[in-house]
Design a binder for this molecule. Structure first.
Ligand code: HEM
Length: 180
């Protein structure tokens, strides 16, 4: 239960989606940073790229699911206390995160399929390779590369805001996301 009266806890689905996404994003960054350093044309490199692509598509699907859940679920309520600017900043930050978390899979997929690779998502389904386009793949790869910095910055602000809620404002926001 929440420590602030009138605020419901996050449901188990919302919490699973949130922490599942958090783990996936960390994994995507770790795999991405490592795969770039592997020797060109090695099996290990192509396996790591394939893993990154499959995890990334999976993350994109989870983000869509979470967006649907946020809009359908009455659980998703932010604390009503605190200044108005803070509520606005939280809203902007969350929508910024969703926009980035959707654009990373999108640019990753476009960069791959127009750059000569099909995408196999853990043997469940695949996204076929399209006729090569250096222009499209080039722009998509550049946006994917730049997106990582924007995502890191927003995730940093997000974590900081959660800690401020928990330890300065003491409104139980982080507890609700952990225990409901
Ligand atoms: C939330 C989802 C994703 C995150 C957070 C993410 C993150 C990253 C990061 C941090 C890099 C390293 C960028 C660099 O330093 O150049 C990268 C590279 C890459 N990602 Fe993703 N990615 C995601 C989804 C995807 C998806 C869905 C695909 C393809 C299906 C994909 C394909 C690639 C490829 C091919 C590279 C290498 C690009 C290059 O070397 O030009 N990513 N990704």
């Amino acid at each position: 239960m929440s420590e602030v009266e009138g605020i419901k806890g996050y449901g188990v689905t919302a919490r699973l989606l949130h922490w599942g996404m958090a783990i996936l994003i960390v994994a995507l960054f770790l795999v991405a940073w490592n795969m770039e350093d592997l020797p060109k044309d090695s099996d290990e490199r192509s396996d790591m790229f394939a893993l990154h692509r499959a995890l990334g598509v999976f993350a994109g699907l989870l983000i869509l699911l979470r967006l649907l859940w946020v809009n359908l679920s009455v659980d998703y309520l932010l604390p009503s206390q605190g200044p108005k600017w803070q509520a606005l900043a939280a809203k902007l930050g969350h929508w910024g995160l969703y926009a980035l978390l959707l654009s990373m899979p999108l640019t990753g997929i476009l960069g791959s399929i127009y750059g000569g690779h099909s995408i196999d998502v853990f043997g469940l389904f695949s996204i076929p390779r399209q006729p090569d386009s250096d222009l499209l793949a080039g722009y998509a790869d550049k946006l994917h590369e730049l997106g990582q910095y924007a995502l890191m910055a927003l995730v940093g602000v997000h974590v900081l805001a959660a800690l401020l809620h928990q330890f300065v404002q003491k409104d139980g926001t982080l507890t609700r996301m952990m225990k409901g």
